[in-house]
Design a protein around this ligand. Structure first.
Ligand code: IMP
Ligand code: MG
Length: 202
């Protein structure tokens, strides 16, 4: 009985209530209860296309270096770059902060540093979610020191609670609820990254 689907009512853009979305009986969930689906596959696809168009318009000269923060950004980044109609390069950074906890430790370590030269490049740092902002704050500090031509952040989700982020996030997919979210790249203890939707765990 504990695995019974839980309906949530969501408003559409006109504020009209739609039919409740059911959380699926999804074999990928390892039997964990999902509180609700925060962002469906359809919503993600539509918003990522809009972000791609915004980014395309923002860099008329092209020549962009899209720097994905692993592992969380890998699904989002893969979809996003295919919506950007510009010449670009892709590279990755690996930072670790959470371990197996659901609370940010603020202890951000760079585990993999891109070999690409950052100097003189238009860098777009792609992150899955901004929570406390500590990870991005530290990374922006580090990357700014390498003399890029410009550096902006694109985050799929933003919890809007970050106090430490000096640099604003230029491209935001969605404002996120202050819940622990998984899916579309986001994990809990390395699970659930492959969910095609974003859900909050109970
Ligand atoms: P921050 O440093 O607190 O902003 O945390 C940023 C990083 O923590 C993100 O890149 C995620 O990997 C992880 N994170 C933050 N919130 C969540 C969440 O709700 N679910 C999964 N990972 C999260
Ligand atoms: Mg993570």
């Amino acid at each position: 009985m504990s695995a019974a689907p839980v309906g949530v009512i969501r408003g559409d853009k006109d504020g009209v209530l739609q039919a409740p979305q059911q959380t699926p009986q999804d074999p990928r969930l390892l039997g964990r209860d999902v509180r609700r689906i925060a962002f469906s596959e359809t919503e993600l696809r539509a918003r990522v296309a809009e972000l791609g168009a915004d980014i395309t318009a923002a860099y008329p000269e092209g020549d962009l270096l899209v720097l994905g923060l692993l592992k969380g950004s890998f699904v989002f980044l893969a979809d996003l770059v295919r919506e950007i109609r510009l010449p670009l390069h892709v590279d990755f950074l690996v930072a670790s902060s959470y371990g197996e906890s659901t609370v940010s430790s603020g202890d951000v370590k760079l585990v993999y540093d891109p070999e690409t030269v950052l100097e003189g490049k238009h860098i777009l740092l792609v992150e899955d979610i901004v929570d406390s902002g500590k990870t991005l704050h530290k990374l922006m500090h580090l990357l700014s020191g390498r003399a890029p031509r410009s550096i902006e952040i694109c985050a799929l989700l933003h919890k809007r609670i970050a106090k430490e982020l000096a640099h604003p996030v230029r491209f935001v997919g969605f404002d996120a609820p202050n819940e622990f979210l998984v899916g579309y790249g986001l994990d809990h203890a390395e699970n659930f990254r492959h969910l095609p939707y974003v859900a909050s765990l109970r």
